[in-house]
Every structure is written in structure tokens, then in C-alpha cells.
Design a protein around this ligand. Structure first.
Ligand code: KG4
Ligand code: ZN
Length: 341
């Protein structure tokens, strides 16, 4: 089965073609980051308008690269939520229009399920069951995964998502959007041990997270240094490293706890923050101690992309799931509501 995947939930237009027999045939991405950077974050209306401009050229590009004609496509998968409603509507209406014209089904896909399944596109995919840490700009969740659509939420962030904490902290420190990669880059030259930040909610049982206090702690440390006349690049890097280390340690502690609770030693990390090298190293070390393994997608498929949507949609369409012609999108959409395959 050959599926065209469309992703437009936020500030990236992603298009890909996935074939159940031959794997990923082509994928293309346009990132709007440059357009939003001047505003310090994503401007929803600008995002929607840009998706409209990019969508059809990207679809043509992907079809040409894979040397595929529309008549060969069996279905279209589009991100139906969660995300920015205006942005989602662009992908949904485009998918439904093409599906109607081509006489094939269109299916709305859950964005976080897309992220969760992205490591399946790699050479050594994880096998069910596993624990998944979903860390994106909008979500921080620990999920027990027993199969596609068989998700049990173990814990989640009570306030800021991990990526959001990176982005907001970076902004407070005068770094450009998106802050995750900026903090990660700065942290490379930070001095280990100069600052130690709290590891929120690790001293009590449970698998929930809270990153908003850490963000404030980081800001206060940075402001104290600056007021004392030390706003050097080195100090900025030292603060970035301390912040990143606190987030990484917190996520690692909770992942270990979740694995223990489920009696599993297979961990999947997905979403934009799973591209973070320090997080990968820390989780690899922890899983090494547990004689288990951590799985993640190549960096390009950690952040938003069309390939993960094409893959997730293909699994569901192949299992016979039907979407119907309605253009329905959801800004919020709990993943446990998805039907099991
Ligand atoms: O999954 P994603 O592309 O979009 C959402 O679904 O939200 O995640 C974007 C988030 C942003 O907050 C970005 O700062 C963060 O992922 N991010 C990173 C890194 N690369 C992207 N955070 C930490 N380290 C990175 N290397
Ligand atoms: Zn995402």
C-alpha cells in the first residue's frame, strides 16, 4: 500500500510517500522557522498561510522524486491534531480534496502517534511492548505502548512541555527561536558543575513532570549573574548546560522509573527534544545498566515531518481504518482515544 503523508500541525510543512513493501520512497520538508524567528515564536496565522503556499509544490516534489503518479497512490494520511487549528485545516482540506479527486481514502492521523512511531522508519525498529518518552514542543508524556493504538498514559507534564521549557528558557536568556537546538549548542561549551539546578518532582513518587519552576530558576540565575556584571558568553553557556543537565536528568530518572513499573527494558524516545544528544547519551547509559535498549529516529524525523504521518497512516489504512470525507481537526486530542489496531 502506497500512502501520501501530509504534516501541517505547526511551523513545518512535511510531505512524504511511504510504501508498505518498499518503505519510505521520498520526503520533503519546508521549515518556517525563519519567518517566525523575528516574533520569538510561532505566529499561527502566518503558519497557516505559509502551509497553503508550500503544500502543492512539496507534493509535486515528492511525487517526482519517487517517480510516482497520483494513480499509484492508495491513500492519504494527514495530521488531524493536536496542533494549531488553522495550520491543521490546511493539511486536512488539501488531503480531502486530493482524496476526492483521486478517488482514494484520506485518514486523519494523530501527530503524537506519528512521532511515537517515527523510530519504526529506522533500520532496527523497536518491538512492542515498550515505554515511550514523547518530548516535543507541546507534549511531555510517558506512555506504555503494547501495539499501535494500545497506549497507556503513565505520566505527563503538569505545566510546560520539555521543548517548551527549552524554548521559553532560551528566550528569557536572549537566544533565538527555537531554543532547544540553541541551548544544546551553547551547552557544549558550558563548564560542568559551575551551576546545579533542581531536578523537579524527582524526590516524590510518580511519573508526572513539571518544568516551569526550572525555567524560572534558570532565569533568576542568569539575571543574578548579569546584575553582578557577568553576562559573558561563557556564563550563558554554563547556565545553558546546567539547565539542559537538569532536564536530561529529570527525564532519565522518570524513564527509569517507568521502565521499572512496567517491567520493560525497551525505551523509545520521540519528538523534537529526542534529537538532543545529551538526552540520548544519558538514556543510553541508563538502558545499558538495565541491559536494555533505547530507540530513536534520525534527527530529521525527531522534529515534525511528513514521513511519520505517512507511516502511521499506512499502518491504520492497511488495517482497514476509514476516515470519511469530513474535514475535522482537533487542537487537543488525547492519544488514548485512538482505536487499537
Ligand atoms: O516535535 P517538534 O518538532 O514539534 C512539536 O510537535 O512540538 O518539537 C519541537 C521542539 C521545540 O521545542 C524545539 O526547541 C525542540 O523540539 N528541540 C530540541 C532540540 N531540537 C529540537 N530541544 C532540545 N535539544 C534539541 N537538540
Ligand atoms: Zn511534533
Amino acid at each position: 500500500m502506497l500512502v501520501l503523508g501530509l504534516e501541517t500541525s505547526c511551523d513545518e510543512t512535511g510531505v512524504a510517500l511511504y510504501d508498505s513493501e518498499r518503505g519510505l520512497l521520498a520526503d520533503a520538508l519546508f521549515s518556517q522557522i525563519e519567518q517566525h524567528r523575528v516574533f520569538g515564536g510561532v505566529v499561527p496565522e502566518l503558519a497557516s498561510r505559509d502551509h497553503v503556499k508550500r503544500m502543492l509544490p512539496l507534493i509535486r516534489e515528492v511525487l517526482a522524486e519517487a517517480q510516482v503518479a497520483p494513480a499509484q497512490i492508495d491513500g492519504i494520511a494527514y495530521t488531524a491534531g493536536p496542533g494549531l487549528v488553522g495550520a491543521l485545516l490546511v493539511g486536512a482540506s488539501c488531503a480531502q480534496a486530493l482524496a476526492f479527486a483521486w478517488g482514494i481514502p484520506a485518514l486523519g492521523v494523530h501527530h503524537m502517534e506519528g512521532h511515537l512511531l517515527a523510530p519504526m522508519l529506522e533500520e532496527q525498529p523497536p518491538a512492542f511492548p515498550f515505554v515511550a518518552l514523547l518530548v516535543s514542543g507541546g507534549h511531555t508524556q510517558l506512555v506504555r505502548v503494547d501495539g499501535i493504538g494500545r497506549y497507556q498514559l503513565l505520566g505527563e507534564s503538569l505545566d510546560d512541555a520539555a521543548g517548551e521549557a527549552f524554548d521559553k528558557t532560551a528566550k528569557l536568556m536572549g537566544l533565538p527561536y527555537p531554543g532547544g537546538p540553541e541551548i544544546a549548542r551553547l551547552a557544549e561549551t558550558g563548564t560542568p558543575g559551575r551551576f546545579t539546578f533542581p531536578r523537579p518532582m524527582t524526590d516524590r513518587p510518580g511519573l508526572d513532570f513539571s518544568f516551569s519552576g526550572l525555567k524560572t530558576f534558570t532565569l533568576n540565575t542568569w539575571l543574578q549573574c548579569r546584575d553582578a556584571g557577568d553576562a559573558s558568553e561563557q556564563t550563558r553557556a554554563d547556565v545553558a548546560l546546567a539547565f539542559q543537565q537538569a532536564v536530561v536528568d529529570t527525564l532519565t530518572i522518570k524513564c527509569r522509573r517507568a521502565l521499572k513499573q512496567c517491567g520493560l527494558n525497551s525505551l523509545v524516545i520521540a519528538g523534537g527534544v529526542s534529537a538532543n544528544q545529551a538526552l540520548r547519551r544519558s538514556l543510553e547509559k541508563m538502558l545499558g545498566e538495565l541491559k536494555g535498549r533505547v530507540f530513536y529516529a534520525r534527527p530529521r524525523f525527531c522534529t515534525d515531518n511528513g514521513a511519520m504521518i505517512a507511516y502511521a497512516g499506512c499502518q491504520r489504512l492497511q488495517a482497514g481504518q476509514q476516515g470519511g470525507p469530513a474535514i475535522g481537526v482537533q487542537a487537543r486530542w488525547p492519544m488514548e482515544q485512538l482505536p487499537a489496531l
